[in-house]
Design a protein around this ligand. Sequence first.
Ligand code: ZN
Length: 238
Amino acid sequence: MSTGSILLKLQQVDLSLERDRTELASMPEIAELAKKRRAYQKLKADATKLYAHRKDLETYLSELDQDESDCHEDIAIAQRKASTSDYREVQQLEVELSALAKKLEKIAFDRTGYEKQLTELVSKQEYLEGYIAKFEASIVADTKAARTKASEIQNRIDSQEQMRASLAARLADDVAQRYEAALKRFRGLAVERLEGNVPSVCRTSLQESSMSDLAHENGICECPYCHRILVLDADEEA
Ligand SMILES: [Zn+2]
């Protein structure tokens, strides 16, 4: 391979390395995953809130059970101590029993309300748990896919770096240095080839006279217009 062809091939490898490095650094899958993880944290926080609310409702219900059994105990005590012969005591008993009956009614009413809330909450909880499980599975799958994609790109980068090193090793030191400098200066497009009398990057036609004036060594020179490395004798396949 001529020096010019090696340079063109090197540029091709560098351009594709640049593309792959950019792609790896800005994979949309990574941003998407970060978004999903934030949404997942939000779901988990919702689940925690539901759990706490459920615990509260269960506590209220067990307190109602306790109140109810206290009421029944009070009724039994009131009935036991009252003697049916004394009119005032009978009246007193009726008042007490009626108050306790009202208390029991209130307990039953509250219980219905809490039980209804609890039923709704449990079904919300079940729905959310199912949703979270599916969400977790999709994050795992997405992470795997992103990792696979990233490692494919990384493998490409690794093999291109090897190819780059072996191409660069075939260049004379001064040519290699010239290429590296031009690469920085022209941000990747350091080399152009002559197609007829037109350089392939700057596309400024060279005059017949200036063509013959081009001072070249190893088939490469500097483009008089854009100052890139101009390859005069590229192999056909390069
Ligand atoms: Zn040029």
